[in-house]
Design a protein around this ligand. Structure first.
Ligand code: PMP
Length: 347
């Protein structure tokens, strides 16, 4: 890995971050807070949230076995994706490399930040090659984006290939593990200690059933976490979101049961798709969704919409012609989807 200072935008490296009222008194006992122009009324929401989410990080640390100093908490993992650009990529100068197809926000954030986004196509079985990603990179490539299990294809990326890329690339490698709770593959976060250029993303939006609270996580070296904290909005995660996140992390037993149920339903729905005459291929998945190649995705998509059932039409995505991406719902939702599809009459 290049020296971190060479990877970070010079203005960010030298940035003097905003110092909040609460940051400044830290370490002293206090009970009268007249430092932040808050209201004394409407407790407890009159107070600003903990800018570094200390209590929440303790629970994440226990659940994910990552030291607190290596955890960044954001307003969804989308915040962490954007921070990768804002910290490392100089607009109009630097570039990133990413697998294609993958989660759309990496490209959107690149465009917003005026960063060249280089797409490297997966193969027909949605596998990637570290060699090909490295060939697409040059001296101005600051980061490479991987997503495992990948969205929208659902498959785990090959773990050895990911590790090989992390070890060979001299910039940042982001591995988005938003769906890893549904996968049996060993998560990449366990490699953090030996990989200073690795950033792993997690979210409470998927397995943890909390998309509405907007809570994302990034695991990285404490130097990179420090840079993210320096650039983020001072109070990026609301008190309400922190409270709800703490609540769900204390219910990890329930969450593990939900994941088990989703995996069982996943096997059942995928098998039912294989039996549908209008389904050509069901692709293997390790996520809470799967990709299915249909005879006529667009028409089937519209037919389902008419019945009030929404899946994702991925037909126009590279390598996904005629593909629908189907999220696994509860038993009742899955039954409704399958019975509608069984009644579908091709034109
Ligand atoms: N990464 C991937 C791969 C995703 O599919 C999504 C959401 N669709 C996200 C990140 C965004 O997660 P969050 O809700 O934490 O912003």
């Amino acid at each position: 890995m290049k020296d971190l200072q060479l990877l970070v935008r010079p203005n960010i490296w030298s940035l003097e971050p905003y110092s909040s009222a609460r940051d400044e008194y830290k370490g002293h006992e206090a009970h009268v807070f007249l430092d932040a122009n808050e209201s004394p009324y409407n407790k407890p929401y009159n107070r600003y949230p903990d800018p570094l989410q200390t209590e929440l990080k303790k629970l994440v640390s226990q659940e994910k076995n990552v030291p607190e100093a290596n955890i960044f908490v954001g307003n969804g993992s989308d915040e962490a994706i954007d921070l990768v650009y804002r910290v490392f990529c100089a607009p109009g100068l630097d570039n990133v490399v990413a697998i294609e197809p993958t989660y759309g926000m990496y490209a959107v954030c690149a465009a917003i930040n005026d960063v060249d986004y280089r797409r490297v196509l997966l193969d027909e079985q949605f596998r990637f090659s570290a060699d090909r990603l490295l060939e697409a990179a040059n001296a101005r490539t600051k980061a490479i984006f991987l997503c495992s299990p990948n969205n929208p294809t659902g498959n785990d990326l090959d773990r050895d290939e990911m590790l090989s890329l992390v070890r060979r690339f001299d910039g940042i490698v982001v591995v988005d593990e938003a769906y890893a709770d549904f996968s049996d593959q060993r998560p990449m976060r366990v490699e953090l200690e030996t990989c200073p250029n690795l950033v792993v993303l997690n979210t409470l939006s998927k397995a943890w059933g909390s998309a509405g609270i907007r809570l994302g996580l990034a695991y990285a070296s404490k130097e990179i976490v420090g840079l993210f904290n320096k650039v983020k909005y001072p109070y990026n995660v609301s008190t309400l979101a922190q409270e709800k996140a703490i609540e769900i992390l204390r219910r990890s037993y329930d969450v593990h049961a939900w994941v088990g149920r989703t995996k069982k339903e996943r096997a059942r729905v995928m098998e039912a798709f294989r039996q549908l005459p209008i389904c050509k291929t069901v692709y293997p998945t390790s996520a809470n969704f799967f990709l299915a190649r249909m005879t006529e995705a667009e028409t089937i998509y519209r037919y389902l919409i008419d019945k009030g059932i929404v899946v994702r039409n991925r037909s126009r995505v590279a390598l996904c012609g005629n593909c629908l991406r189907v999220t696994i719902g509860n038993t009742q939702e899955n039954v409704e989807l399958l019975s509608a599809l069984r009644k579908y009459v091709p034109a």
